[in-house]
Ligand binder design. Structure first.
Ligand code: ATP
Ligand code: MG
Length: 362
């Protein structure tokens, strides 16, 4: 049945932190709240968890209202049947792994915890370490104990708040895959909070982009990355180049005066300016003198202004008639080289009209 959040409002003191946001998470779905620090992700999660009372709106879990400020409904956190994993693992140092995992069941008065604990440790791959003390575990193993503890009571919902940020990069990748696998195996809805776009894109069925206590947009990772509806999303998820295109003579033109062909033609009004998104990794760079005879669509004339050797590729900063453009390539060019930057029609994306700044364009 999943989770549904309707017009959620949270106020601290006199400051509104969450401004009436609505979203839902289907059964078995993995949804990530993604946004910059302070945008209200943790606050939203804590409201779902019942660790905060709300100031407006309704939260339902598995078809049951658990929070409704107007009707004074508030189901306590421990009665919401949730599994939670936080950034700090919060496992008890003086208890064995098995005792840590059994703890939530014991609090509920369940005596025979052995089978459930064995199951949970097996799911997270820690069965062999049941009798260890937390001090004898690595950071990744400790976080898996926290995960086992979160699932041992067979929760209806999983909530994660930046669970990987204390792990080093390699462990983070492994644990990321592990969390995805476990969530799919249990097939329960999960809400995952992060400000890390790579985590959000790789783990989620759907990503909700937040800023300043509001939802900017939501969508599948691939759609948000390739066809963002807002400048904010384009910029926050992956590095985006923004190009102002002008419409005239039935076509869109780039700042260097070259014509741009779109996969889904979107006619404008004569003289209209629209912002387009071009990802740095989808362009090809060629020396201009070697590109004679090139189709003159989707080929920007530029000059290399700078470069950074990154290992897998070189990151070029290219000037397109005064507009800076970042593009990745394996080819070597020198600063000052005259280049042609090409891209496919399906790789340039026009943002909605509302995303074009209203000030007159130069
Ligand atoms: N208990 C509190 N009292 C007052 N203000 C709070 C409280 N908790 C959070 N805030 C404020 O609410 C805003 C949102 O905080 P929140 O922790 O939800 O952000 P976040 O999106 O999780 O950020 P981060 O990525 O840094 O964890 C912040 O401006 C924060 O200062
Ligand atoms: Mg937070």
């Amino acid at each position: 049945m999943g989770i549904s959040v309707t017009r959620l409002v949270k106020i601290y003191g006199s400051t509104t932190i969450v401004h009436g946001i609505s979203f839902s998470v289907a059964d078995g779905e993995f949804v990530t709240l993604l946004g910059p620090s302070g945008c209200g992700k943790t606050t939203t999660l804590r409201c779902i968890a019942g660790l905060e009372r709300t100031n407006g709106g309704v939260i339902e879990i598995d078809g049951k209202v658990v929070s409704d400020a107007e009707h004074d409904i508030f189901v306590a956190s421990h009665e919401r049947n949730l599994g939670m994993v936080f950034q700090s693992y919060a496992i008890w140092p003086h208890m064995s792994v098995a005792a840590n995992v059994a703890f939530p069941l014991e609090v509920r008065g369940i005596r025979d915890t052995r089978e459930a604990v064995a199951w949970a440790l097996d799911v997270v791959g820690l069965a062999a370490l049941a009798q260890r003390q937390p001090s004898e575990l690595s950071g990744g193993q400790q976080q898996r104990v926290a995960l086992a503890r979160a699932i041992v009571g067979r929760p209806k919902v999983l909530l994660f708040d930046e669970p990987l940020s204390n792990l080093d990069a390699r462990l983070r990748d492994r644990t990321r895959a592990e969390i995805s696998r476990i969530q799919k195996e249990l097939s329960i809805p999960a809400v995952y909070v992060t400000h890390d776009q790579a985590e959000a894109l790789s783990m989620s069925d759907r990503v909700i982009v937040m800023d300043l206590g509001r939802i900017i947009e939501e969508g599948k990772p691939r759609d948000l990355y390739r066809r963002p509806a807002s400048r904010f999303t384009a910029d926050f998820i992956g590095a985006a180049n923004f190009l102002s295109l002008v419409y005239r003579e039935q076509a869109w033109f780039a700042p260097d005066g070259s014509a741009v062909r779109l996969a889904n033609p979107e006619p404008g009004v004569a003289g209209e300016t629209r912002v387009a998104v071009l990802r740095s990794e989808i362009m090809e760079i060629r020396a201009r003198d070697k590109a004679i005879g090139q189709d003159n669509h989707n080929a920007l004339h530029g000059t290399v202004k700078g470069l950074q050797y990154m290992g897998p590729h070189i990151e070029y900063s290219i000037d397109i008639s005064g507009v800076p453009l970042n593009a990745l390539s394996n080819e070597e060019f020198e600063v000052g080289a005259a280049v042609l930057v090409t891209f496919r029609p399906q790789d340039i994306h026009l943002l909605p009209r509302s995303e074009t700044p209203q000030s007159p364009s130069p």
